[in-house]
Design a protein around this ligand. Structure first.
Ligand code: UFG
Length: 328
C-alpha cells in the first residue's frame, strides 16, 4: 500500500511525507514544483514531477505504485491572489482537483484526504466555529475549496470512495527536527513575516488593524503547529483504512492569539525588539477565527502535542535561520 501525496514538495506536504515515512509508509509525491522544492521531498519518497490536472498521469502513478490512499495538498493558497485571479484559483483548486478525484474513482482508490480551510466559514458568527456552522466563504480561495468539498461529498456518495476533509486554521511552525519548513519566498503569513522581520530579512512589518472588536484591538487566530496538522492527516488515514465514514473536521486548537500577542512572542523568542507599524485593516480579514476541534479529537482520535505558541514560533525561527543559510 502506498500513499499518494500531491503537493508533497510544498510546505505542509513535505512535513506530511516526513511523518508518513517515519511511520513506515510507502509514499509517492506528485508535484509540479510551481511552489515546492525538490530538496524538500524526503528521499524515502518517490517524486514524480507533473501536473495533478493530468488525469492520465495521476492514474498511471496510482497504478504503478499501488496507491490505496490520496492525501491531496496541491493547491493555490493566497487569499488576496485569489481575488485578483479567481479563474486561476478555480482551475488549480477545483478543476484540477476534479481530475485527481476522477483518477481515484477510475483506479479504485478508496481513501481521499483533502486540505480545506477555515476560509470556507467566512466570518463565523459563533466562536469557536464547529463544522456544522454555515459556510459563507468571502474569497474565491474559500469558494474554490468549498466547491471541492462538495464534489468530494457527491463523488463519495456515488462511488466506492470515502474521504476526510480537513479544514485548516492558521498553520505555522516547522518540523521540530529542522528537516523542512515554510520556504516560500514572499510568504505573507504573520508568524513567518514577524520572524523574518526579527532576523532583519525585512525592513519592517505592519500590523493590519488595531480597532477590531477583540481584547487588544488586533485580529485573533488559531495558530496550529504544522506537525500537529499532519498528525491529523495520519489519524484521518487510519480512520479511513479502518473503514471509518466520510467526514469533515476542523484542524485548530480551540484557542486564539491576537496579532499583538504573536508579535510579542516572536520578540521574546528571538530577543529582538523589532518595531512594527500600525497600518489600516487589511481587506477581507475577519476579527476572530478560532476552531472547535472536538470532532477531530473524538472521531479521529487526534492528539495535538505542540500547542504552545512559543514552540511554534521557535520552530519557525529555527527554520528561517536555516533557510537563510541555504537549505537542502
Ligand atoms: N497580519 C498582520 N501583518 C502581517 C501579516 C498578517 O497584521 O504582515 C495579520 C492579518 O491581518 C491577520 C493575522 O495577522 O489578522 C493572520 O494573517 P495571516 O495572513 O497569517 O493568515 P490569515 O488568517 O489571513 O489566513 C489564514 C490562512 C488562509 C485561510 C485563512 C482562513 O493563511 O489560507 O486563514 O481564516 F484561508
Amino acid at each position: 500500500m502506498t500513499v499518494l501525496v500531491t503537493g508533497g514538495a510544498g510546505y505542509i506536504g513535505s512535513h506530511m511525507v516526513l511523518e508518513l515515512a517515519d511511520a513506515g509508509e510507502k509514499i509517492v509525491v506528485l508535484d509540479n514544483l510551481s511552489t515546492g522544492f525538490v530538496w524538500a521531498v524526503d528521499p524515502r519518497a518517490t517524486l514524480v514531477v507533473g501536473d495533478m490536472g493530468n488525469q492520465a498521469l495521476v492514474e498511471t502513478v496510482i497504478r504503478q505504485h499501488g496507491v490505496d490512499a490520496i492525501i491531496h495538498f496541491a493547491a493555490k493558497i493566497v487569499v488576496p491572489d485569489s481575488v485578483a485571479d479567481p479563474l486561476g484559483y478555480y482551475l488549480a483548486n477545483t478543476v484540477k482537483t476534479r481530475a485527481v478525484m476522477a483518477a481515484a474513482v477510475a483506479t479504485g482508490v478508496k481513501h481521499f484526504i483533502f486540505s480545506s480551510t477555515a476560509a470556507v466559514y467566512g466570518t463565523p458568527k459563533v466562536m469557536p466555529v464547529a463544522e456544522d456552522a454555515p459556510t459563507q466563504p468571502e474569497s474565491p480561495y474559500g469558494t474554490s475549496k468549498l466547491i471541492t468539498e462538495w464534489m468530494l461529498r457527491d463523488a463519495s456518495a456515488a462511488h466506492d470512495l470515502r474521504h476526510v476533509v480537513l479544514r485548516y486554521f492558521n498553520v505555522a511552525g516547522a518540523d521540530p527536527q529542522g528537516r523542512t519548513g515554510q520556504s516560500t519566498p514572499n510568504a505573507t503569513h504573520l508568524i513567518k513575516v514577524a520572524v523574518q522581520t526579527a532576523l532583519g530579512l525585512r525592513a519592517k512589518m505592519d500590523v493590519f488593524g488595531t480597532d477590531y472588536p477583540t481584547p487588544d484591538g488586533t485580529c485573533v487566530r488559531d495558530y496550529i503547529h504544522v506537525t500537529d496538522l499532519v498528525g491529523a492527516h495520519l489519524a484521518a488515514l487510519k480512520h479511513l483504512r479502518a473503514g471509518g465514514a466520510s467526514m469533515v473536521a476542523n484542524c485548530g486548537y480551540g484557542h486564539g492569539y491576537s496579532v499583538k500577542e504573536v508579535i510579542d512572542t516572536v520578540r521574546e523568542v528571538t530577543r529582538v525588539p523589532f518595531k512594527v507599524d500600525y497600518a489600516p485593516r487589511r481587506p477581507g480579514d475577519a476579527a476572530a477565527v478560532v476552531a472547535d476541534p472536538t470532532r477531530a479529537k473524538t472521531i479521529l482520535g487526534w492528539k495535538p502535542a505542540h500547542e504552545d505558541l512559543n514552540e511554534i514560533v521557535q520552530a519557525a525561527y529555527a527554520w528561517e535561520r536555516r533557510l537563510a543559510n541555504g537549505p537542502g
